[in-house]
Design a binder for this molecule. Structure first.
Ligand code: DP6
Length: 386
């Protein structure tokens, strides 16, 4: 097996190992540092994403180098809006003054120091969706932070388009792995682990027209904060005996999923996405310190949804990240049928079902002018009563 070349290293946020960044990204930081750019106020609005092929497990001691490639759908309405200003350090989340999360502080220090910029910033961030709804705000939050720095330094004027894309994908990855899939103007994004190296590449993938704007909603089943973070879960992943099995099958799963997206083959897409979700949870439940992210409400809903979907011949798929809430996706024309199924489930289970529907298919918006073009209603809440 060829030996991977270690790119330039940076101080690790855990302070016991090194962070490995691709040399191309280090060159970008260096180029911007030499130019001594002036930091102004900057803003960005970035979408979250939901993985159909999951990122689970990362290289120890590296900076978000995933053990496998992953593929996601961009959630245009589930967004983080971030404004940064050079001022005394403070952090506001949804209007409340909070302590800057350690991960945000460390990523900022890492990046701003290498850009030769001050790390004292006033940061305001707000999400269009509630915390703990099964959407990692680290993806949209990380993407929005990197986009806001880009706006504050007017990096899109300074870098070429290719360089700016690299800045966004690699900068977001520094913050959180899944954030790298939230910075491209694309409905479906592949975050690829380059074999025999510690490098990754984030790129848009092509799909058939029908799949470009899928309908999406999150079924809100449990809003309690998860006990074990995804970052902790990544560290444990390889201790599951099921990990190698999933890993061996992934190249096939990724290839087939991409073909299904291109050809409009819904059943193949549905099969792989749901196998992936089950595989993720089978792994988390069989590690040395097992974690079950699913609640009773999740399994009851899923079993009923799967049965009802077949009964009503509905084209809709489900997936779940490291949390108890269920994401549903379907072609736009199937949305009325999906709502009918949700209504039947609410009736059969004699319980109200709350769904947050995605109301936008917009991508990252950097700077006030782009943000102004976003729709005013990004998410719609619907309650299906028994
Ligand atoms: C289950 O991106 O939150 O949502 O890189 O440690 O920040 P860090 O992890 P994170 O992991 C996401 C895991 C997942 C699957 C996915 O989004 O691919």
């Amino acid at each position: 097996m060829p030996v991977a070349r270690f790119p330039k290293t940076y101080r690790d946020r855990d302070r016991f190992a090194v962070i490995l960044l691709p040399s191309s990204f280090c060159q970008l930081l260096e180029k911007a540092r030499k130019a001594s750019l002036t930091l102004k106020t900057g803003c960005c609005s970035a979408p979250a994403n939901i993985a159909l092929v999951k990122y689970w497990g990362k290289e120890p001691g590296c900076c978000q180098v995933p053990l496998n490639s992953s593929l996601s759908f961009t959630l245009g309405g589930f967004r983080s809006h971030t404004i940064i200003q050079p001022a005394a350090s403070s952090f506001f989340l949804d209007g409340r003054l909070e302590v800057l999360p350690a991960r945000m502080q460390e990523t900022l220090e890492e990046i701003m120091q290498h850009l030769g910029q001050k790390t004292a910033l006033r940061i305001e961030s707000a999400n269009t969706f509630p915390a703990a709804c099964g959407i990692a705000s680290s993806a949209s939050g990380g993407a929005a932070l990197i986009g806001a720095i880009s706006d504050a330094l007017r990096l899109s004027d300074f870098f070429s388009e290719k360089e700016h894309t690299l800045w966004l994908t690699e900068g977001a990855r520094l913050f959180s792995g899944s954030a790298t899939r939230s910075v491209l103007p694309a409905a479906f994004v592949l975050w690829e682990r380059i074999p025999d190296s510690f490098n990754t590449k984030t790129h848009a993938i092509r799909t058939c027209q029908d799949f470009q704007s899928l309908a999406h909603g999150v079924v809100m089943l449990d809003q309690t904060e998860k006990a074990i973070s995804s970052s902790q879960g990544h560290k444990e992943a390889t201790t599951s005996p099921l990990f190698p099995l999933r890993h061996a099958a992934l190249p096939f799963v990724l290839k087939n999923t991409q073909e299904a997206l291109l050809q409009g083959d819904w059943l193949t897409l549905e099969m792989h996405a749901e196998h992936e979700a089950f595989a993720l949870h089978a792994i988390t439940q069989t590690t040395k310190s097992p974690v079950c992210y699913l609640s009773n409400a999740t399994t009851t809903f899923l079993a009923t949804f799967i049965a009802e979907r077949y009964r009503q011949n509905l084209r809709a798929l489900w997936t779940i990240d490291a949390g108890p809430n269920v994401h549903l996706l379907c072609p736009q024309q199937e949305l009325p049928a999906l709502k009918a199924v949700l209504q039947t489930i609410a009736h059969d289970l004699y319980t109200s079902i709350t769904v947050l529907f995605n109301n936008a298919s917009d991508f990252i918006a950097i700077g006030a002018d782009q943000i102004a073009t976003l729709p005013s209603t990004l998410i719609r809440q619907e309650v299906f009563a028994p």
